[in-house]
Ligand binder design. Structure first.
Ligand code: PEP
Length: 256
């Protein structure tokens, strides 16, 4: 059984007051029922958010971590440091990291390996650009991005991985993939995982990301291979994140 996962990626937004108010709203909302809720704040706020959400069941992760655990890497943060701040998760391969910070498939794989070694739960982000989709190569791009990581981490690593399918053309654009488009890619990804390591595919969570809102979340969750969502913009308004959690709860209850 794959428990639904709702993850909010704040990107480079938020401050101490924002965290206080956000965590207060999460506390008032109470624990989500049969849904995992996860928030990715900027790294400098990890421990502050961990402390603020204590007791709510909400987990915390880093948006990025380095591939080495220490060394001369000015400005970078090691996975062990993320762990020490109390966070349990890390994103790798977000399209903004790939496009703006030079994270290649190989670097993403390095980061996933390092995250696993530091006992973090990694979420691998994959997704094609609009040009790649229009050229008919969406599946090939996603297969390549996933394959480089899968090759490195093997069955044992895959059993600890989650994947987020985030078509680049849907991130921050207000243009969501249709539930059917997302379901098709999720089913394809699951078939790739199945081909590499049978039993793991059934339990590995595949999230959809790209302009998810409370309005479109129910239709996305209704698809059998969409196990959760990675939410950017809408997660900055805690009531909208909570509304997406409610949508996940409704479908989770229906699936059980
Ligand atoms: C993201 O940052 O991963 C994302 C999907 O952003 P948005 O929801 O704003 O499209």
């Amino acid at each position: 059984m794959r428990r639904p996962l709702v993850a909010g990626n704040w990107k480079m937004h938020g401050d101490a007051g924002f965290i206080e108010a956000y965590a207060g709203a999460l506390r008032r909302a109470g624990r989500a029922k049969d849904v995992d809720v996860l928030v990715f704040p900027p790294a400098c706020y990890l421990d502050r958010l961990v402390a603020a959400v204590a007791g709510t069941g909400v987990e915390v992760g880093a948006q990025n971590a380095h591939w080495a655990n220490d060394g001369a890497f000015t400005g970078e943060i090691a996975p062990g440091m993320v762990r020490e701040l109390g966070a349990g998760w890390v994103l790798a391969g977000h399209s903004e990291r790939r496009a703006l910070f030079g994270d290649t498939d190989e670097r993403v794989a390095d980061k996933i390996v390092a995250a696993l070694e530091a006992n973090l739960q990694p979420i691998l982000c994959v997704g094609e650009s609009l040009a790649e989709r229009e050229a008919g190569s969406a599946e090939a791009v996603v297969a390549r991005q996933f394959g480089v990581v899968a090759e490195r981490i093997g069955r044992e690593g895959l059993a600890r991985l989650s994947v987020a399918y985030e078509p680049v053309w849907a991130i921050g654009t207000g243009r969501t993939a249709s539930p059917a488009q997302a379901q098709d890619m999720h089913a394809y990804l699951r078939s790739l995982i199945e081909a590499r390591s049978g039993g793991v595919a059934r339990d590995l969570r595949i999230l959809y990301g790209g302009s998810v809102t409370p309005e479109n979340a129910p239709a996305l969750f209704a698809e059998p291979d969409i196990d959760g969502v990675l939410v950017g913009g809408a997660s900055l308004v805690v009531e909208r994140l909570l509304a997406i959690v409610r949508a996940a709860e409704a479908v989770g209850a229906h699936r059980n």
